[in-house]
Design a protein around this ligand. Structure first.
Ligand SMILES: O=P(O)(O)O[C@H]1[C@H](O)[C@@H](OP(=O)(O)O)[C@H](OP(=O)(O)O)[C@@H](OP(=O)(O)O)[C@H]1O
Ligand SMILES: Nc1ncnc2c1ncn2[C@@H]1O[C@H](COP(=O)(O)OP(=O)(O)O)[C@@H](O)[C@H]1O
Length: 454
């Protein structure tokens, strides 16, 4: 979810899911063409340019490199927005459950104990976590104020913690809710998307949305927990599209470049050669520069999707896929994810084909730029397998009358996201898994220890 949206959420005083509030609140400036191109950026991108050996269709290869001029400002290592802008009291209470033994037979399970909980100081969530309910004040009247739900019976048992899987996004973004549901930090964009999706053919493929909830000025989206009906689920998050940042982030970085030290460190952790000499000198990279680098290192640019994280039924989690880029690498990861079971791949394929057909018919999809949205794959030992479209935090409506193809190259200003192109490649990739047979799962892909340094 973009921080712009999260920041706005704290200022929202009246929430509406009636659709009256049409149009994204993200201020969208006209994307101008840059007159400067950072040579270092281009050189760097050229060094890690996608190879044609991936077997990916070349329709996106003509993409123009995003143009960002990077200049140091104010010491050069400031974050675009400070973490503390967003962290709040409830964030501090979220802890990650590291013990596999406490995962119950369902994907999302209530637990009473706080044993072996470790505090999580990272801003990104990676794997198995414990979701807490919002603070129980003990008052007789409900502390929360439901805006769109008339009655939410919130019994004591429903206030227990919830073992859950969060493979991407920021820690503290989710809370436990009533049984079968979760709360996600409010964003205007995402709320508006959920409301519009109620009348769209994509509705069967997105989590159920039950309105907004507010507590102490903090607002949440109340939605279905997709893990709830699974028994020890295997979960994979695939981020869709060829671009993972908004055009306006690019414009902002060009107008007011703010090199960020945290992103520089994340880049160096994966590839010490990643930053340009200038970026090394200032110990900072801008957000779009980091996002572009992530796209070229992973399969985002070459395949139009990338694997963000996987949690398997044995409790192991991996989020170190930053360099998983070739189609063959992705095939190996899928083989390991399904434990060599071709039937699960076939179930996934049939669901993906339904999603593809629905997307092609969807009015919502035509009228929105879909950035940073994921497909969430879930299966368990009963061979139940589902795929869901999640995360509309950066999905923004186009101006009235404008539509997107979603399968043509992005050029700054056209707002194309490459979603359908990526989905086509994802389907082809799973077809390859299915036709190749499973063979042996490599040691690398069956590893159970997560490391971020790749
Ligand atoms: O995956 P890594 O390499 O850690 O990079 C993250 C992801 O791209 C996040 O997207 P997502 O939330 O979809 O996972 C993004 O959040 P936004 O969604 O806010 O763009 C983070 O931006 P910052 O939060 O600005 O650091 C960026 O640092
Ligand atoms: N409705 C849901 N049911 C189950 N898991 C979910 C649901 N929504 C999100 N998740 C989990 O949370 C992670 C982050 O979700 P996402 O919506 O992408 O958050 P963010 O906007 O913070 O990036 C996903 O990778 C997935 O593991």
């Amino acid at each position: 979810m973009p921080k712009e949206c999260r920041r706005k959420s704290s200022k929202v005083s009246v929430l509406s899911d009636t659709g009256i509030n049409e149009g994204p609140r993200l201020e969208r400036r006209t994307a101008g063409k840059a007159s400067h191109i950072c040579d270092d950026l281009i050189q760097n991108a050229a060094q890690i340019a996608p190879s044609s050996a991936t077997g990916a269709p070349t329709v996106m290869d003509a993409r123009r490199l995003p143009q960002v001029t990077i200049t140091p400002e104010g010491g050069g290592s400031s974050r675009e927005m400070q973490q503390e802008d967003w962290d709040d009291a409830v964030d501090g209470t979220l802890r990650r459950q590291l013990s596999n033994s406490s995962i119950s037979s369902t994907g999302s399970s209530a637990v009473e104990s706080e044993d072996d909980l470790l505090s999580d100081n990272e801003s990104k969530s990676k794997g198995i976590i414990t979701l807490e309910h919002l603070v129980d004040t003990g008052e007789s009247k409900p502390w929360w104020k439901l805006k769109t739900i008339v009655n939410w019976p919130f019994s004591v048992t429903q206030r227990r913690k919830l073992n859950w899987v969060q493979l991407a996004g920021h820690k503290g973004n989710f809370k436990a809710a009533d049984e079968g549901n979760i709360l996600k930090k409010f964003s205007e964009n995402e709320m508006q998307c959920f409301v519009k999706l109620r009348d769209d053919v994509l509705l069967p493929f997105v989590p159920g949305y039950h309105g907004t909830v507010e507590k102490d000025g903090e607002s949440f989206l109340h939605m279905t927990d997709l893990l709830v009906n699974f028994d020890l689920p295997n979960v994979m998050d695939c981020k869709m599209g060829v671009r993972t940042y908004l055009e306006e982030e690019l414009v902002r970085a060009r107008e007011r470049p703010k090199p960020r030290e945290d992103l520089y460190k994340k880049m160096v952790e994966v590839d010490s050669e990643g930053p340009t000499p200038q970026e090394h000198f200032q110990q900072g990279v801008t957000k779009p520069r980091y996002m572009q680098w992530r796209e070229t290192m992973s399969s985002t640019n070459t395949l139009g999707f990338r694997i963000e994280g996987i949690k398997k039924s044995d409790g192991t989690c991996r989020t170190n896929f930053k360099k998983t880029r070739s189609k063959q690498d992705v095939i190996q990861v899928f083989k390991d994810f399904v434990g060599g079971n071709v039937d699960i791949i076939k179930s996934y394929l049939s669901r993906l084909t339904e999603i593809q057909q629905a997307l092609k018919k969807s009015e919502f999809f035509k009228q929105h730029e879909v950035i940073g949205s994921s497909l969430l794959f879930i299966h368990d030992h009963t061979r139940k397998a589902q795929v869901w479209i999640i995360d509309f935090g950066k999905t923004t409506a186009l101006p009235e009358g404008q539509t997107l193809n979603h399968d043509i190259p992005w050029q700054e200003g056209n707002r194309e996201d490459g979603y359908l192109w990526g989905l086509g490649n994802l389907i082809q990739t799973l077809e390859s898994v299915s036709s190749e047979g499973m063979g042996e799962v490599t040691k690398e892909n069956s590893q159970t220890t997560e490391t971020d340094g790749q």
